[in-house]
Design a protein around this ligand. Structure first.
Ligand code: CTP
Length: 209
């Protein structure tokens, strides 16, 4: 089994020094990489900037922006059997990135923001016989929103967690399938949740390329 994992946040630059991002630590994604390596899988990790050591034995592709993550992921997915998309992708980018550094004027500053590429939706579109697992971070109507996300992004399963997972050592998740059923519930350290998820996947009859 050879899998792609996306992890960490992405950054979208407003000018050459300032960026928009989020508080993702990358811990959940990196724990999944470690667990998959323990199972003997080959792991390709596409990661935004995080403060974590690169798991020994994975194929590591560091990226910064969402479009870099999209480009690397689409390319690398072609040689994988499946993907687990854990990245906390920055959803907005400025319509225009300013060259240099914006100087303060004492006045409010307005940026027109547009949505970034949806990496997982793109992988879902091109997946063919490969399997796709997404993550859904939901504050309201969690199961309903997670299922909508699974369908919109053409995932086989989606892992539902809530915003308390960000930056935390632990996580509490539900694994939801394409008919909206909760197949599994796991709580514990991110390593334990990662181990449960990867083991669960390894016991499925996943179609490989
Ligand atoms: N994702 C992605 N590219 C994006 C946004 C999200 O690949 N531009 C992936 C995430 O890695 C995750 C899943 O899509 O696997 C859901 O991410 P989430 O942040 O929960 O949802 P969004 O699609 O960003 O929607 P919203 O912010 O409106 O909840």
């Amino acid at each position: 089994m050879r899998i792609l994992v996306t992890a960490g946040p992405t950054r979208e630059y407003l000018d050459d020094v300032r960026y928009l991002s989020n508080a993702s630590s990358g811990k959940m994604g990196y724990a999944i990489v470690e667990a998959a390596l323990k199972l003997g899988w080959e792991v390709v990790l596409v990661s935004g900037p995080v403060d974590l050591p690169v798991p020994e034995g994975c194929e590591f592709h560091p990226v910064v922006t969402t479009s870099e993550m999209r480009e690397a992921s689409v390319l690398l997915f072609s040689e994988c059997d499946g993907v687990i998309a854990v990245a906390a992708v920055c959803d907005y980018q400025p319509k225009t990135r300013i060259t240099g550094k914006i100087s303060k004027t004492g006045e409010p500053v307005l940026f027109e923001m547009i949505e970034t590429d949806d990496v997982l939706a793109e992988l879902g579109r091109i997946k063919k016989s490969r399997w796709v697992v997404g993550f859904a971070l939901e504050a309201q109507n969690p199961r309903e929103n997670a299922l909508q996300k699974l369908r919109r992004k053409n995932c086989n399963w989606i892992v539902l967690n809530d915003p308390s997972a960000i930056g935390s050592e632990s996580n509490s998740v539900e694994l939801i399938n394409s008919t909206g059923d909760v197949e599994e519930t796991w709580s514990g350290s991110k390593s334990e949740v990662a181990w449960n998820l990867t083991n669960w996947l390894s016991n499925r009859e996943l179609s490989c390329q």
